[in-house]
Ligand binder design. Structure first.
Ligand code: ASP
Length: 590
């Protein structure tokens, strides 16, 4: 009988009696009862194959090691009663091998490939091909495929056109540092790798495409953080003749479609918060709405207090911000000290705690906390006996920011951040400008192509800090998934924004001349958004690290440890590019 080829996840009881060919890797070998059992694995699953001593292949089977690559043929048969494995989709059957071909041998892997156990991440990244064979990574990378496919289908159904934009573009930094590529043909000049297709997608609106989307690769040469990679992928969208609501509806529907199709989860409508409101209620512009614990500004509770810390904050126009800690009365002084240290690490000068125990109230500022204070705090924060109230007093923005970070810690400790819950929301109406942490200068909180609100242009000359932008963020479980905005489509207004940011006419021409010129030829009103696919997949897979959902990521210090990049290149290559390296010797261990 001719053998039919099956995947290692395909055979069922109904195949018993057929002759099958399987190709895959040795997941595990067990020798017992005079038989050799091998779990053969491929991308679809695992099938038990059995070698019995009568067959000539038995001898070779005795030498098989994990990760050897095999082709086998044999009869599909029911497993002996009592030995079925319900955990496997193929657990009712096994294949009695009569032909074995060893297609390739494997070295002993540096870690166990057939288990998801803990392995040092550098080792995993160095042997990424083995790491990717493991069940969890196979699952994550497939989920990524499914999500991206769902996104493409969604936008296709809505008649968006996917347009590829180039990788080699002009350096027009969007807030981060550009990766540069030296030009061989034009000595001393450079292309930049795109930080995003922002200007090109806007230009595609000027070109009349109307609805653009792209699964776009973006590169930013930034200092590395846990939630960043030097290159990342976005679902990038732009639309013409639309309002902000149209963009929000489109992107929200896209996520609803993806979650339903890929996770089987129906999402409700996303709540919308103004930026100001998000900060006042949650202390951050990316609130985790899986839980309540809203912050309360309680200056009025402490009006007239003798407690110098609170008194001086109230007098100087700062804020006292209260956070409820459910069940927090059971914490020890040491626990509260540790929380105070957390708050300090976030920039607070200190923290006052009040424990609302059944046997009375205790506080780190006992002398200054009266029954009346406690009654009012209970009412405002919704705290009950058994809870604690944490208080942060500082300049308003700092007190709220610290309380917002502490809210996440409290939420985590109280088990309120369930990874199975997906709390999406919109944050809208951002200030146009924010202060850059490094330079202390005002910079756009999104990018300079964002339009201020229609009624906000009036402040541009007199009080630009007051301007609000038509800029929106989508947030999931405390993570910013992406940002977007309604764009400026009039060239004179675009110039005005560049001028407000301190650019001279020459600088505008050199960096953005091509773009302002494009706006001069009938640019339609337009707007759009980009969502980070790595983050979306990470949260959908309930992972906490982007590297778990990127097939070939860089490590925490931006190195590819499998290929070993970046590395120096031969002098001759540099010479061709008219470059000379003056870099210090490569630091050891990198
Ligand atoms: N280009 C923006 C970004 O990458 C997204 C947008 O405004 O559409 O964040």
């Amino acid at each position: 009988m001719l053998a039919k080829r099956f995947s290692c996840g395909a055979l069922r009881a109904s195949n018993v009696g057929e002759r099958a060919e399987l190709n895959g890797w040795v997941n595990r070998r067990r020798d017992h009862g005079g038989l050799i059992f091998v779990d053969l694995r491929d991308r679809d699953g695992i099938t038990q194959i059995v070698f019995d001593p009568q067959h000539p292949s038995f001898k070779d089977a005795g030498h098989l090691r994990n990760e050897d690559v095999l082709r086998v043929r044999g009869a599909v048969r029911a497993r002996p009663s009592g030995t079925e494995n319900e955990a496997l989709s193929t657990g009712a059957i096994e294949v009695g091998v009569d032909e074995l071909e060893v297609l390739n041998r494997s070295q002993v892997p540096p870690f166990q490939v057939n288990l998801d156990g803990n392995v040092d991440e550098q080792l995993r990244l160095e042997y990424r091909y083995l790491d990717l064979r493991r069940p969890r990574m196979q699952r994550n990378i497939r989920m990524r495929h499914n999500i991206v496919k769902a996104m493409r289908d969604f936008f296709d159904e809505r008649e968006f056109i996917e347009i590829e934009t180039p990788m080699l573009i002009k350096s027009t930094p969007e807030g981060a540092r550009d990766y540069l590529v030296p030009s061989r043909l034009y000595p001393g000049t450079f292309y930049a790798l795109p930080q995003s297709p922002q200007l090109l997608k806007q230009i595609s609106m000027i070109s009349g495409f109307g609805k653009y989307m792209q699964i776009a690769r973006c590169m930013r040469d930034e200092d590395q953080r846990a939630d960043r990679q030097p290159e990342f992928t976005q679902v990038d969208v732009e639309m013409s003749f639309i309002t902000q609501d149209d963009v929000l509806e489109t992107m929200e529907s896209c996520m609803r479609y993806v979650w339903k199709r890929c996770l089987g989860v129906e999402l409700g409508p996303f709540p919308r918060l103004k930026h100001e409101e998000a900060i006042a209620r949650y202390g951050v512009d990316k609130p985790d709405l899986r839980f309540g614990l809203e912050l309360q500004t309680v200056n009025d509770v402490f009006a007239g207090t003798d407690f110098v810390v609170f008194k001086s904050v109230i007098e100087s126009g700062g804020a006292i911000v209260a956070l409820r800690y459910p069940g927090g009365a059971a914490l020890s002084r040491r626990d509260f000290d540790a929380l105070t240290e957390d708050a300090k690490a976030f920039g607070a000068k200190g923290m006052v705690w009040i424990a609302l125990g059944a046997d009375g109230t205790k506080s780190s500022a006992q002398k200054f906390v009266s029954d009346e204070h406690v009654a009012k705090l209970r009412a405002q924060t919704g705290s009950e006996t058994g809870d604690a109230v944490l208080l942060f007093a500082d300049a308003r923005a700092l007190a709220l920011a610290v309380a917002g970070k502490m809210r996440n810690i409290v939420g985590e400790r109280c088990g309120l951040r369930d990874p199975n819950t997906y709390a999406f929301c919109w944050v809208l109406d951002f200030p146009y400008l924010e202060i850059d942490e490094e330079t202390g200068k005002p910079v756009p909180s999104h990018h300079p192509f964002t339009s201020p609100g229609e009624d906000q242009w009036q402040y541009i000359d007199t009080d630009p800090q007051k301007m609000r932008a038509q800029h929106y963020d989508m947030v999931l479980n405390g993570w910013e998934l992406g940002s977007g905005s309604i764009r400026i489509h009039k060239p004179e207004l675009q110039r005005k924004i560049f001028e407000m940011l301190g650019m001279s006419a020459q600088q505008i021409e050199d960096r953005f001349g091509f773009f302002v010129r494009a706006l001069e030829y009938g640019a339609p009103p337009h707007g759009g958004m980009a969502l980070g696919i790595d983050r979306i997949v990470m949260l959908a897979c309930q992972e906490t690290d982007l590297r778990e959902v990127i097939a070939f990521p860089k490590n925490q210090v931006a190195r590819d440890v499998m290929m070993d990049a970046p590395t120096p290149v031969p002098e001759a290559l540099l010479r061709e590019l008219y470059l000379r390296s003056e870099a210090p010797e490569r630091p050891s261990g990198q």
